[in-house]
Design a protein around this ligand. Structure first.
Ligand code: SF4
Length: 220
C-alpha cells in the first residue's frame, strides 16, 4: 500500500527521501574530511573495522539510522556542543561532549529505548576521553527514554581507560595510513552491522544433495 503511494508516477520517493537525508547528514559530519592522524574517539571505541569501512568504502545507512544521526547533530547544535581535541604525539583525538559546565564537569546525553541496568562501556570510555580533552574531573552520562524515564551515572577520570582509547585510535590511524583493513571484532553488534556481509560472507547451499550426503537420505 505504502509502496503504491510512494511510487506514484515514475519517481522513486523512498530513494529521493533517503538520498536527501544522506546529503543533509553528510554536510553535517566531518569524518570523511579527517586525515588518518585525526581520529574521532567514537571511531576508536567502536569496532575499528567498521570505522575503517566508514572512512574508506562507506555504505549508505538505512533511513532510521540516518534520521537518528541527524537528530543527534540537531541536538548537539541546540546544546551548542563543540568539538575538542587532545593531542598525543602525532595523533589527534576528537570528542564532542553534549554539555560542558565551566571549569566543572561534562555531560553526555543518550536517548535509549529502555534504561540500561548499568553504564554502557562505550559511553563510559567516550565520556572519560571528554574529561581528558577538556581537562575536567567528572563526567555525567544521562540515559533518557522516549516516555520520559531517565537515569544518570558518574564517570571519574581514569588514565587506564584513556590509554586503551588512545591505543585503539593509534591502531586505527596506522591502518588507515597504510590502507590495511582492521581485523574482525566479533560482537553482538555484528548482527545488525551494515558491513556484516563483508566480514561474514554467507555461503548458503540449499541443494538437497547436501542433506542427502549428510544424513544418507535418498539412499536405497
Ligand atoms: S560486522 Fe562486526 S566485525 Fe564487521 S565491521 Fe561490523 S561490527 Fe565490525
Amino acid at each position: 500500500m505504502h509502496l503504491t503511494i510512494f511510487m506514484l508516477g515514475s519517481r522513486d520517493y523512498p530513494k529521493l527521501i533517503q538520498d536527501k537525508l544522506t546529503q543533509i547528514y553528510s554536510a553535517g559530519v566531518k569524518h570523511k574530511q579527517l586525515d588518518s592522524d585525526t581520529i574521532d574517539v567514537a571511531e576508536a571505541i567502536q569496532c575499528n573495522r567498521l570505522s575503517y569501512y566508514e572512512r574508506t568504502e562507506p555504505e549508505n545507512d538505512a533511513l532510521p539510522q540516518i534520521i537518528q544521526r541527524i537528530s543527534k547533530l540537531g541536538f548537539r547544535d541546540a546544546m551548542g556542543s563543540k568539538a575538542a581535541e587532545y593531542k598525543v604525539e602525532n595523533l589527534t583525538l576528537i570528542v564532542t561532549p553534549d554539555l560542558v559546565f565551566e571549569k566543572d564537569f561534562v555531560v553526555n546525553i543518550y536517548p535509549v529505548s529502555t534504561i540500561p541496568d548499568s553504564l554502557l562501556p562505550g559511553d563510559m570510555l567516550y565520556t572519560n576521553a571528554c574529561l581528558f580533552a577538556l581537562d575536567r574531573e567528572v563526567g555525567v552520562v544521562v540515559y533518557v527514554t522516549p516516555d520520559g524515564q531517565q537515569t544518570q551515572y558518574f564517570v571519574g577520570k581514569s588514565n587506564r581507560m584513556f590509554e586503551q582509547v588512545v591505543r585503539r585510535a593509534r591502531i586505527l590511524s596506522i591502518l588507515l595510513g597504510e590502507r590495511k583493513t582492521p581485523v574482525i571484532e566479533p560482537s553482538q553488534y555484528c548482527l545488525n552491522c551494515k558491513y556484516n556481509d563483508r566480514c561474514f560472507p554467507q555461503q548458503k547451499d540449499n541443494s538437497p544433495q547436501l542433506l542427502e550426503g549428510l544424513f544418507g537420505l535418498g539412499k536405497k
